[in-house]
Design a protein around this ligand. Sequence first.
Ligand SMILES: Cc1cc2nc3c(=O)[nH]c(=O)nc-3n(C[C@H](O)[C@H](O)[C@H](O)COP(=O)(O)O)c2cc1C
Length: 384
Amino acid sequence: MQKRPFLDLVLLVLLLVELASFFVSSRVHEVLGVAFVVLVFVHLWWNAGFFRALGRGRYPWRRLLGTVVALAFLIDMAVIAVSGVATSHFLFPSVHLPRGVNWRSLHLGAAATAAFLLFLHGTLVGGRYVKGWKLRTAAALVLVLAIGGVFGLPYLDRWQREVHVNRPMAIAGEKAALPGRTVVVYFSRAHNTDFPDDVDAVSGASLMWDRSRLPKGPGWKQVRTSVDLVGNAELLADMAADATDAERIFLQTMQKYPTSYPETTEIAKEEFASATFPALQPLRADEEAALQSADNIILVTPLWWGTLPRTVEGFVRSHAHDFSGKRIFPIITHGGTGAGESANVLRDAAPDADLAPVLDVYSSDVPGARGQVAAYLKANSEKQ
Ligand SMILES: Cc1cc2nc3c(=O)[nH]c(=O)nc-3n(C[C@H](O)[C@H](O)[C@H](O)COP(=O)(O)O)c2cc1C
């Protein structure tokens, strides 16, 4: 095979593998992403004639369309590369791009756009390599893979993939000593939900299995129960508590949420619509004392409907005096939309608190977020 079609084939395969990023580790995704960008530069170098010819000669519709698609593809690749660097944890952890941009959504949106631009670009220039029915078959295949990559893989990732984590290993890491006393307050869907004995059907979405609690080898699935589940905010709370040697306070609702994720979202929607604060189980005396005497409160919560869950907002409002004058570190885990309105709601609920910038962690990144949590706490330990 000649070198140009070979490179194009490698780029096609790499892009599809990168679209299926949910099934490879973040580290592999980042390394392949860098390799992809390097190969795109080689591809551009080998096709430099395209740029030299820009603006020369006539532009019948096919050439015009091909040029627009190729340039759009190039811009999209640049967005993918920059947003990829902004969201990187392994290769570029110290590169800080402007806050306030939802880099993850930008990355995902650009990746989805790339899949369709790839289809158009491939169909328009693929005629160089294959013709007739072969070109049509290849284009149809790429279209199916692109649609599958954009819609199918995120669906499978969210609803079908079981996430396993070794809890003690995931939460151990570098310390981040904060001045004074620290307490971690957290809320999570896990353990505030009424799971049946057979919890097989509920894995996915925001739940992980703590494999450190279960026997190795076949048969472990038969012995697992809802106690072995870990929530995203719960694991982040463990990480923050380990980093700061702090106590954890778990916010437990009086009434459990249903097993079904969609039903839970509906109930949460009603909580917002009715502007009610769900009742919480009272804190134990030692928890109340830890909260009162704390100088720093690390507040870990999922994002619900673009903001703080009503449970968490209600807790902060009813304990505003305990938050007053203290340094608050909000750590928000979400399914892709960033921290939303959380900081504004917190500022309103505890106006006298000293609010640190929010750390938002995408749900799939939670198991590997220990370093990020410590770095965030260290960087914000003092008011800037
Ligand atoms: C009721 C409800 C509403 C949610 N709303 C959002 C949302 O608006 N944006 C988002 O990105 N994720 C949303 N999510 C996803 C969670 O924020 C995400 O899965 C989080 O990591 C769950 O943490 P947990 O396992 O500790 O509950 C929602 C989840 C639930 C249950």
